[in-house]
Structure formats: structure tokens, C-alpha cells
Design a protein around this ligand. Structure first.
Ligand code: ATP
Length: 234
């Protein structure tokens, strides 16, 4: 059984429906990449999954219905969302940002913090610096580490490569690929850099104007010439 099962997802803003019957699923510990042109509805999909906007349809995480829960209760069930633009607290240090990430937990989070410092060594080196003084790539890693401090079962990442230099982006994706060895968190990644994202994903979903136009194993999507030419631009 999938960790996340989504069937007939509909969501939008006010009366404007953006997503029309989107189906997708993510198995425990796997990586799903959601691709599509600007305005296809990728960000809207993540917002609907994390309870930031109302959604209709079947949305089930490990047997629990997510519809109507809102962001806090959805987060408590194990869904963490790293929005576009990262959103670290720039006036707090790296360590303080990580502490914010564990606010939903009652236990001592220091062991987890040390674990993520192993995965993101640059954050350990800069643990007492203000987040606002970090590079773009470091801030992205901090945003991801902070989300992982919640011990999510599903991590939603919106355009993690946005604004990053190509080398930094490659490092980040290598770290994301390693994450699956270090934890059993499932990743749902929205990404413009289709080639890089498909390289670390198990499955892919291609959205066009709010509907799924292709889905399947990442290697099959990456190897489908017509899909690649029509939608992926490489
Ligand atoms: P991008 O790659 O440009 O971020 P996207 O695939 O993430 O694109 P969405 O941000 O989900 O696309 O937007 C899908 C549609 O929803 C667009 O037509 C957009 O104009 C509309 N939309 C997005 N946010 C809002 C909002 N807050 N209020 C109203 N409409 C919105």
C-alpha cells in the first residue's frame, strides 16, 4: 500500500479550480517528482497536500484522511512542506531554525539535529550564524533540515533548485538522493530541472493545466521521446 494515495484531487483558489482530478501516489521511502510548465499546478498540488488550501477528492496518508485537516494537523500526521523560496527565519541562527523545526515534538531533538548535521555538514560549520547570512544553497539545505526535524514521513519540496547555481543544485540533489539511505522519508519534489530530478526519482508525474498527462517510473518518463520533446524541453 502506498504511503500517500491521491485520487481525483481538486483544488484551487476561490472559485477558480486549478487542479482537475489529479491522481498520484508515493510509496514509503520513495521519491516522486512532479513536473510541468509554469502554471501547470505544481505548487497548488503541494499546497493542497499540506492543507494550506482546501482540497476535494481522496487524500490519504497511511490510512488517515487528510481532506479538511488544515496545515497544523496535516503536519502532525507527518507531512512537511518546504515552500518555494525556502522561508528560513533569517534573523535566527542555524541552530535556532532547527529548533523551530522540532516544535511539534516533545522529546529532545538534539540527537536528530546532530544527525542532520552529519548529512548537511556545512550547516554544522555555520550553526551559530544567522540564516540570513547563509548562501542560497545553504539556506535551502537549512530549510530541508528544518523540515526533517519534524520527523516527517513525507517531505514536500517546491522547486528546491530555484535561484541556485548549477553546481550547488547538483550537490543538493546528490544530498537528496542520499537522504533515502539515511532515512525512510518519502520525497515529493516539484522541480523545473526535469533532467536532474528524474535522475533521483523513482516515479514521475507530468502535469499540464491542472491535469496529469503522463505518469510512471522516472526512467520510462525520461526515456519517452515524445514526452520529453513536448513537455520537458531537452
Ligand atoms: P510555477 O512553476 O510557475 O510555480 P506551478 O505549476 O507551480 O507553476 P501554480 O503556482 O500551482 O503553478 O499555479 C497554477 C495556477 O493557479 C496558475 O494559473 C496560477 O495563476 C494560479 N494561482 C496560483 N496561486 C494563486 C493564488 N494565490 N490565487 C489565485 N490563483 C493562483
Amino acid at each position: 500500500m502506498a504511503l500517500l494515495e491521491v485520487e481525483g484531487l481538486r483544488a484551487g483558489y476561490g472559485r477558480g479550480e486549478v487542479l482537475h482530478d489529479v491522481d498520484l501516489s508515493v510509496a514509503a521511502g520513495e521519491t516522486l517528482v512532479v513536473l510541468g510548465a509554469n502554471g501547470a499546478g505544481k505548487t497548488t498540488t503541494l499546497r493542497a497536500l499540506s492543507g494550506l488550501i482546501p482540497a476535494a477528492g481522496r487524500l490519504v496518508l497511511d490510512g488517515a484522511d487528510l481532506v479538511g485537516l488544515g496545515p497544523t494537523r496535516t503536519a502532525r500526521l507527518g507531512v512537511a512542506h518546504v515552500p518555494q523560496g525556502r522561508g528560513t527565519f533569517t534573523d535566527l541562527t542555524v541552530e535556532q531554525n532547527l529548533r523551530v523545526g522540532s516544535y511539534l515534538r516533545k522529546d529532545d531533538a538534539a540527537a536528530d539535529r546532530d544527525r542532520w548535521f552529519e548529512v548537511f555538514p556545512r550547516l554544522r560549520e555555520r550553526r551559530r550564524q544567522l540564516a540570513g547570512a547563509l548562501s542560497g544553497g545553504e539556506q535551502q539545505m537549512l530549510a530541508i533540515a528544518r523540515a526533517l526535524m519534524m520527523r516527517p514521513r513525507l517531505l514536500l519540496l517546491d522547486e528546491p533548485s530555484l535561484g541556485l547555481a548549477p553546481n550547488t543544485t547538483r550537490d543538493l540533489f546528490a544530498t537528496l538522493a542520499d537522504l533515502r539511505h539515511d532515512s525512510d522519508v518519502a520525497l515529493l519534489i516539484v522541480e523545473q530541472n526535469a533532467q536532474l530530478a528524474l535522475g533521483i526519482a523513482d516515479h514521475a508525474v507530468l502535469l499540464e493545466v491542472g491535469a496529469v498527462v503522463a505518469s510512471g517510473p522516472a526512467a520510462a518518463i525520461a526515456g519517452d521521446d515524445s514526452v520529453r520533446r513536448a513537455y520537458l524541453g531537452y
